[in-house]
Design a protein around this ligand. Sequence first.
Ligand code: MIG
Length: 826
Amino acid sequence: MRIRLRTIAVLVLAAATTSPVGAEWRTVGAMTAEQPAGNTITFRSDRAVVTLTVLAPDLIRVHMVPGTTPGPDDSYAVVKTDWPTAAVEFGGDGATRTIRTSELEIRAQLVPFRLAFYDRSGRLISKDADDLGMGWDGARVRAWKWMPSEEHYFGLGEKAGLLDKRGRSYVMWNTDVFGWDESTDPLYQDVPFFIGLRDGRAYGIFFDNTWRSSFDMGARSPDHYSFGAEGGDLDYYFFYGPGPKKVLGRFTELVGRTPLPPRWSMGYHQSRYSYYPESRVRFIADNFRQRHIPCDAIFLDIHYMDGYRVFTWDKSRFPDPARMISDLRRQGFRIVTIIDPGIKLDPNYWVYRQGLAGDYFVRKPDGKVYTGKVWPGESAFPDFTRDRVRDWWGSLYKGLLNDGVAGIWNDMNEPAVFNVPSKTMDLDAVFYDRGLHSPHAKIHNVYGMLMSEATEEGLLRLRPNERPLVITRDTYAGGQRYAAVWTGDNSSTWDHLRISLPELLGMGLSGLTLAGADIGGFALSPSPELYTRWLEAGIFYPYCRTHTEYGSRNQEPWSYGNRLESINRRSIELRYRLLPYLYNAFRESADTGLPVMRALLLEYPDDPSAVGQNEEFLFGDDLLVAPVVKDGEDEWNVYLPRGDWYDFRNDHRVAGPANMTVEAPLDRVPIFVRAGSVIPTQQVVQYVDEAPINPVTFEVYPLARSGRQFGRDYYEDDGISFDYQRGSYLREHLEVSETDRGITISASAREGSYEPPARSLLFKIHAQRRVPARVEVDNGTLDRSTLEALQKASKGWTYDENANVVSVKLPDEGKAFTARIGFNTH
Ligand code: MIG
């Protein structure tokens, strides 16, 4: 009943202003505390109840509902519920309750009710605003927090504009925003989670509410920020660092992480709206191979379908899809097809008939099927909140998979509806919502995530031992469990190239690891130089795809003349050379939630210059990339944080922190490598499984400081199946130690049962003006050879004087070994 009444209030309010100014906020008032039960303490007043639960020493859930009973636990985001019980001490007096963990002390002031979070040394991390704490107004709920002048905010999912969200307000409402720009908000995907950072210390807040919500990060007031929603509970999670990596790690533990993607999803992908008919698709594929430009996937947009009916083919454009796809597969391409949620109202269309018969569609309050206009014309929409609808939807992919389709691209799942001012379904359309029968207003922000869940799970049932690739335009917190995302319909402008960087970095800080922007831009057509610069940046997007709108000019890597074609080829080749490194970064992300494309603040939270970088980023642990995002530049300013760095192009070494100008003509993107790193790379291939990795090449960038050590884990598996979950992977640890006289590389024995094909290991030591005299492996001397001879040999070493690189080659036997490179010491 409570839900019904509040629902009606929301629908009335939806028309009213969303501004808290002028609202009649009621606050929770004076609270009394109950006896704690387990790790939960409940506070009550005559008009509200607040429960505070310790989930982990650094993770607290705060849940406020107006009324007398806590709301149902019905999160669409949270997946982790089995937290080991943390040790908690409850204490306090008549005015305040304290809740102490090994990392936090929470002080709950009872009159008026206010929460404050301290670390165990008594330092205040975050607290409710003094004049307002938690409140509601009709169905709306809101929390206000103190905003110290030196605090900055990061995350909030897909947002254009600066990485630092301070001083602006943001709305969470998934929206189809063709032609969006830097000031457009909201965009497609919404993640109501942010990291607060002050003096190098971080905390996080995840407001788990799927209704239209808003975050005012100081736009309205210089000393507090607030977040709230148009309905639902005030239910949020507080995370403590002190490092931002720890906050993000916990958040992604709570809502789930990006599972290890298939290796082919990390190659280069080519798309446009739309490649058809079949002859054009084959032409594109042939061009990639003839021109030796690596590519793993080609996308089919809505024109492959019969009149935009999902799960069908237009047989005049694609007479024999299975044959086409298997031919392309032999050339090393995989096909990804688009699927929208709208089902054409066509009584002769099997999907529509099944949907009606099964009662799978969203309905209006009067019980009739809701319909809206999208690509196929008047359409019905599956209710993905229902388990059996997701099962049904997942099973529909059977035909496409039988035809050989490798990946699925889910679009229009805001859900977008044409020709209505709201651009979406009526707010009062009814969803099953686990028996709560909730309005669209509550489900809207999770519609895309649930569609991608249905897709992912369907693909998993149809091909149980193959990692699927699903790409979705819309999602919510935790959506990374199911699908990759892209940033929707950007434009072919220099601004959009620049915007894509903080946008993707912010998404990475929100858990969305596997993300990319349309390379070259979707709307309009890029200039040749813009496309080249965009690709130079785009090969560092975690998900790397060119895409463009209907009717735009050709937008393939070879579309801009020979000179740019060879620059573009080299950009894509670099991505393929770095695949082992990228694969390891995705492995790390699956384990820890750390993004692949990382804002510098994750690594350097206490360095204001690093925190302030919007366009520079770390790619994995050890590469720093500063893409050129302006026209006509041949120099670029780069900020290098503390530590030593190697210019990737010429091994020139720079000590950070430093601001510097580097040469950046059109064929060069500034890339720096952390001194003290080992970068796993491989030979260039035209698609990921063209040939096994051989040799596995470890580029070693020494610290060049005596007595120092560094290393890395190297992970590998078959790249496609789930066998790694049953032990079929390999992991080894490489440790490099340095003295004045030489460098020692120690490799651990392989862990895991994955056996790669016979191959070599190649260590390339960037020697920094030191000249090698001898190399020993496990105390036996290794023969010196020439560069050419070493390419064919399975063993030996050589020295490239010009590059100042020592190469050491060994058969990969999976056993522990030690290699010593002795330098000439005179
Ligand atoms: O209304 O399927 O963002 O990538 O090419 C446009 C056609 C629908 C929007 C997607 C875009 C895709 C296009 N789609």
